[in-house]
Design a protein around this ligand. Structure first.
Ligand SMILES: [Zn+2]
Length: 350
């Protein structure tokens, strides 16, 4: 992952020995020729020095907080999905002090590259007018915010969906029919009662907003996916992106309960370009990461097997493929998930 810590993907012997054979065997023929990735982080931050500022969460260990620029993302996709015609929806990494810089970068780059569009990182304290101006001036096709954007004095675990996207912003989003991507807050993730209640309230009050639940609601282990999807299955306007999720049973349950017209491919690059394998133990997920040089409750090594690990992005697509085969998805369904739904949702000509 030294390359990710410099904001790029580089080819290396492992790429030709492990990744490309996996790609050709499991991924290349499954994916359509065209792919739209609705969940990509891009920006210009040069990262942190872990000796000065030790990361508090594993994704930051993967990249040292070093962003990939839009150009690096497009370059990475040439290596990750060779031969595919890939378009991306980009937004910045979720830090309050990154909002201006990231939005500016995405705005600039989406004007240069026809296959790039952007979501704005938004702050909940922006007035309706400020939000509207920023969305229009940046040419953004959607909004993305996070619980750490909320400055309310509440404990992180108490922050709600409506703290992240307050009513006065949702009213504007409703008026313009925007796409709003939600990284669900709270320890209960997709199944958290407060999230479930507020999503019901939001869908009822703002039927023209297209809400995309990122990472299938961070349901990285089966039970939480089952509970959450059950509690939300009456909301037939919610979309789900599969980014950063590798949980086969969650994908199976998703395909059982949600129409494929509302499922979207996303990657969570650059994080998911790390090589590894994810398992779950009860209510925790564990990533076995190739050559991980840090320790935390989500990270382990498996030195005997890690030389066979490939990109976690491939693990995500492979897990979805297996669930799709079980659910007998048609080629049309696969095309919808991997690009056509995004094009329809964003009304954007990728
Ligand atoms: Zn993300």
């Amino acid at each position: 992952m030294d390359d990710l810590r410099k904001g790029k993907i580089e080819v290396c012997p492992h790429y030709f020995r492990v990744d490309m054979p996996f790609y050709r065997k499991h991924i290349a023929n499954f994916l359509p020729e065209k792919v739209v990735d609705i969940h990509v982080h891009a920006g210009t931050r040069k990262g942190v020095d872990p000796r000065v500022n030790p990361p508090e969460f594993w994704p930051k260990w993967v990249t040292f907080g070093h962003d990939m620029t839009v150009k690096s993302i497009l370059d990475a996709y040439i290596k990750l999905l060779p031969g595919k015609d890939v378009s991306v929806v980009c937004f910045g990494s979720p830090d309050r002090d990154n909002v201006e810089r990231a939005n500016e970068h995405i705005k600039e780059q989406s004007q240069l590259y026809p296959q790039v569009s952007g979501f704005a990182l938004t702050l909940p304290e922006w007035s309706a007018q400020e939000l509207l101006t920023r969305m229009q001036e940046g040419g953004f096709v959607g909004m993305k915010s996070y619980s750490n954007m909320v400055k309310s004095g509440k404990k992180p675990e108490d922050i709600t969906v409506l703290d992240i996207y307050p009513h006065h912003q949702l009213e504007i989003a409703q008026e313009y029919g925007w796409t709003v991507m939600l990284h669900v807050p709270r320890p209960g993730r997709l199944a958290d009662p407060s999230n479930v209640d507020q999503l019901h309230e939001i869908c009822e009050k703002y039927p023209d907003i297209k809400i995309v639940i990122a990472h299938v609601g961070r349901a990285y282990y089966p039970e939480i996916g089952r509970k959450g999807l059950d509690a939300l299955k009456d909301l037939d306007t919610l979309y789900y992106d599969i980014s950063a999720n590798t949980c086969g049973p969650v994908f199976e349950y998703l395909l059982d309960t949600v129409d494929t017209a509302r499922i979207l491919y996303g990657s969570d690059l650059p994080i998911f370009a790390v090589r590894g394998k994810r398992i779950w133990e009860g209510e925790n997920y564990i990533n076995y990461i190739h050559k991980a040089d840090w320790e935390d409750s989500h990270t382990r090594r498996c030195k005997e097997k890690e030389e066979q690990f490939t990109f976690m992005l491939y693990e995500e697509i492979f897990a979805f493929k297996k669930a799709a085969e079980k659910a007998r998805l048609s080629r049309d369904d696969i095309e919808n998930v991997f690009w056509k739904n995004a094009r329809r949702l964003l009304d954007y000509s990728f």
